[in-house]
Ligand binder design. Structure first.
Ligand code: NAD
Length: 498
């Protein structure tokens, strides 16, 4: 188990020296369970220096050496699934089975990275001109900063780290200060897998450490996942300081239900995708767009399922949904329900008064279902990031797609229908990076990349998959001639292929 929350720099745990700490709580009980050191700019500098030093040898290490470490890490992660899931539940609050699912999806990316020799293979063309060959290769970028959110303390770091180090980079990781222990455990397992000192460093912290990572001249690339305002800031600041950036951001994911859909399956999907992990997922369905005349029937089916959900501590086997991450976030989420009522929505299910016996100090909230929501209402316009599902009624397919496409976000979306033609049209017309057809949470598998459009992603690259390889490497093209004795002679003309 994690023995205290500490930085990890150059292959060893390090106590914080800034004198600043944050509090880590168990969201089910509301009790403070740990103190997280918040790194100063100097501590971040030390981690970057360790990474820069390690990068010199790691970047030239053989693919065989890198994959040995990754295969060993895969074994360790597999063996420690339960322990990591328990750490996630203790600090994030999500139920254990959901936490195990997060670890499993992270493991997929480790497995992808184990195949890095195939992914990094270059291209070559022989005899492009007389006695001239061309080879394209990809090389590591250098030191990569990885900054991650609270809602997936294992999976999101695993979207980044295996790919970044497999490509030959060194990493400084700054996880969320709200639930740092699962991430810290991953870093310890990488060390146990034989990753050389300094290749992966961990600094805990807040804005001060992030700002240093974004501006330090020795950081070449920044992978960020978090909320839209911070993602925008991270991208702008890091680009101004000459870095490549991928900043994945917030979302408001719409699920379109056409009248021909199987309404029981659609209601199951909406409830699972809206309330799973208490709605604290960037791919959560937060808006159902019901195409009339099925609106009333669909809302009835969703409400029936929502009322039956078992809400309790994440380490209780019968719990289907746990608490929110902090008291502050709970209060913010709860405020949207009365506001929606005031603004004219129908509150079909109101979960804001829920109390879980024995856990009165926990950050629990029940699930809420708002019907007849309109785009100008705050519950629609904001990313609530909690178990509040909005239903918007639409007159037809065109209305529904126009609504989805006018959203400022474009992370994931889904259509529920039995009509293949409508589904095909939707997948081409809808403005989002990830589309599900009868799949409510279309998180791509590891070998396809993950990313949204519009205000859900700042930067050009999606994360993991082949986009991950491209983000964590730079292209180089080598043109070679082995001259024949007959070659030679001065020629000031622009080189042409002959
Ligand atoms: P957040 O933006 O508050 O924090 C993300 C990271 O940025 C953390 O490491 C945090 O310490 C740091 N940070 C916070 N404020 C900062 C500031 N002012 N300056 C510099 N750094 C700062 O996000 P969160 O609340 O931890 O995570 C939830 C958000 O992340 C939601 O909006 C969710 O949609 C989004 N998210 C997106 C994806 C995706 O793939 N698009 C995946 C997971 C989460």
């Amino acid at each position: 188990m994690v023995n205290g929350i500490r930085h990890w720099i150059d292959g060893a745990a390090a106590d914080g020296t800034s004198g600043r700490f944050g509090q880590v709580t168990n969201p089910a009980t509301g009790q403070v369970t740990g103190q997280v050191p918040l790194a100063s700019a100097d501590e971040v500098d030390t981690a970057i220096a360790a990474a820069a030093k390690a990068h010199a040898s790691w970047s030239t290490s053989s693919l065989a050496k890198r994959t040995q470490v990754l295969f060993k890490f895969r074994e360790l992660l597999d063996a420690h699934r339960d322990e990591i899931a328990a750490l996630i539940t203790a600090e994030h609050g999500k139920v254990h089975s959901d936490a195990l699912g997060e670890v499993a999806r992270g493991l997929e990316i480790v497995e992808l990275a184990c195949g890095i020799p195939q992914l990094l293979k270059g291209q070559s063309s022989t005899q492009v001109s007389t006695r001239v060959d061309v080879e394209s290769i990809r090389q590591p970028v250098g030191v990569v900063a990885c900054i991650t959110p609270f809602n997936f303390p294992a999976m999101v770091p695993l979207w980044m780290i295996p790919m970044a180090i497999a490509c030959g980079n060194a990493v400084v990781l700054k996880p969320s200060e709200k639930d740092p222990s699962a991430t810290q455990r991953l870093v310890e397992l990488f060390a146990a897998a034989g990753l050389p000192d300094g290749v992966l460093n961990l600094v805990h912290g807040d804005k001060e450490s992030v700002d240093r990572l974004l501006t330090h001249p020795d950081v070449a690339a920044v992978s960020f996942v978090g909320s839209t305002p911070i993602a925008r800031y991270v991208q702008r600041t890091a680009v101004e300081h000459g870095k490549r950036v991928q900043a994945l951001a917030g979302a408001k994911n719409h699920m379109l239900v056409l009248p021909d859909a199987d309404l029981d399956q659609a209601a199951d999907a909406a409830v699972s995708a809206a309330y799973g992990s208490a709605g604290e997922r960037c791919m959560a369905v937060s808006v159902v767009v019901a195409v009339d005349p099925i609106g009333d029937e669909l809302v009835g089916k969703i409400a029936e399922r929502a009322r039956a959900l078992a809400i309790g501590p994440g380490d209780r086997e019968s719990s289907e949904m746990g608490p929110l991450v902090t008291a502050e976030h709970r209060a913010k989420v709860a405020s949207y329900v009365p506001l929606a009522r005031e603004q004219g929505a129908e509150v079909v299910v109101d979960g804001t008064e829920l109390v879980v016996p024995g856990y009165e100090d926990g950050f629990f909230i029940g699930v809420s279902l708002l019907d007849k929501v309109r785009p100008e209402m705050d519950a629609y316009a904001d990313e609530i990031f909690g178990p509040v599902l909005c239903v918007v009624r639409a007159d037809g397919y065109r209305d529904a797609v126009d609504l989805i496409n006018s959203s400022r976000w474009g992370n994931g979306t889904a259509i529920f229908t039995r009509d293949g033609g409508a589904a095909r049209r939707f997948q081409l017309e809808v403005e989002a990076g990830m589309v599900g057809v009868n799949v409510p949470i279309p998180v791509p598998v590891g070998y396809h990349s993950f990313g949204g459009w519009k205000e859900s992603l700042f930067g050009d690259h999606h994360i993991y998959g082949t986009d991950g390889v491209h983000f964590y490497t730079r292209g180089k093209v080598i043109t070679t001639r082995w001259p024949d004795p007959s070659d030679g002679g001065v020629d000031l003309g622009f080189p042409q292929n002959t």
